[in-house]
Design a protein around this ligand. Structure first.
Ligand SMILES: [Zn+2]
Length: 293
């Protein structure tokens, strides 16, 4: 610890350490989707989470974080319950308690913080953040390209921000978390021809509407070997950062999914979501999003 103390002046991570990491990854000026474990730093951040945001903004980045929000999930309705939807016979979802379901709006600051972590919550609450319009799996961006990154997101098109990140030649940065957190691999599944699952929320008239949402990500660590050569790495405190170009992770994973569909499957062979994803996801009529099954 002595060595570290002499560099930083104390056992904490400052903005400079984060700026150095951004520089070493060569991602200044880019759009960066961040998945993070703040605990992974292993020591306090000087100025808290603000030091991360400030460093990226100072390096002219636009950051994007997942701001998923289970509290807006509503009970399924017959009309929008397609087959092969990662829901088994739907009994689990029909019997689940959905108390006090609220109406989502892009102004909402609610987030499932237990799953998302404290950094997405912090970004969501920053002045100037822009939240995508998907009731359950929104993304929130902050910085010069924020609006462009997330404004295409809708209940029907959950991964529009990922497509935009790809088109903008952006990056996915894993801060002390593994590939299971890399939502962009769900977008790669979509590129490979799979349809995202359908879940439900209320619209502003308290009518239940379908919402496309992500599936099981527990098997995504299986991509580690094939992604290894595309991974740029650095360390901040004790936090291991792994960075991918969005284009590379999507292209490599979608190709692998086409060639080896089971690569995405988690350890549970009875996982409804993994089994149905491999079959292609929910079977939807052409006008499902208007008229249902
Ligand atoms: Zn699974």
């Amino acid at each position: 610890m002595l060595g570290r103390s002499s560099v930083l002046g104390s056992d904490e991570i400052g903005r400079t350490a984060i700026i150095n990491a951004i520089n070493s990854l060569g991602i200044s000026g880019s759009d960066v989707c961040i998945h993070s474990s703040v605990r992974s730093f292993g020591m306090p951040l000087k100025n808290g989470l603000k030091s991360i945001v400030d460093a990226f903004i100072e390096r002219h980045c636009t950051i994007m974080v997942p701001t998923f929000s289970d509290m807006f999930e509503a009970k399924p309705v017959e009309k929008f319950m397609p087959p092969q939807n990662g829901a088994g016979d739907y009994s689990f979802l029909m019997e689940k308690q959905y108390s006090n379901v609220k109406v989502f709006s892009t102004d909402s600051k609610e987030i499932t913080v237990e799953e998302m972590g404290s950094f997405p919550k912090f970004v969501l609450e920053c002045e100037g953040s822009v939240r995508g319009n998907n009731a359950l799996n929104s993304f929130t961006a902050l910085g010069p390209n924020a609006k462009r990154l997330v404004s295409g997101q809708t209940n029907k098109d959950v991964y529009a921000p990922m497509k935009q990140l790809y088109d903008n030649d952006g990056y996915v940065l894993l801060m002390g978390v593994g590939l299971e957190s890399a939502t962009i691999i769900h977008y790669a599944e979509q590129v490979a021809g799979r349809r995202p699952f359908v879940r439900w929320a209320y619209d502003e008239n308290m009518k239940t509407v379908p919402v496309s949402a992500g599936g099981c990500s527990e098997g995504f660590s299986h991509f580690e070997d094939i992604l290894e050569i595309y991974a740029d790495k650095t360390t901040v405190g004790n936090s291991r950062w792994i960075c991918f170009k969005a284009r590379q992770i999507v292209d490599v994973c979608s190709r692998a999914i086409k060639n080896m569909p089971h690569i995405t499957h988690c350890d549970d062979k009875n996982c409804d979501r993994c089994n149905d994803a491999i079959l292609g996801g929910p079977v939807l009529n052409e006008d499902f999003w208007e008229n249902g099954v």
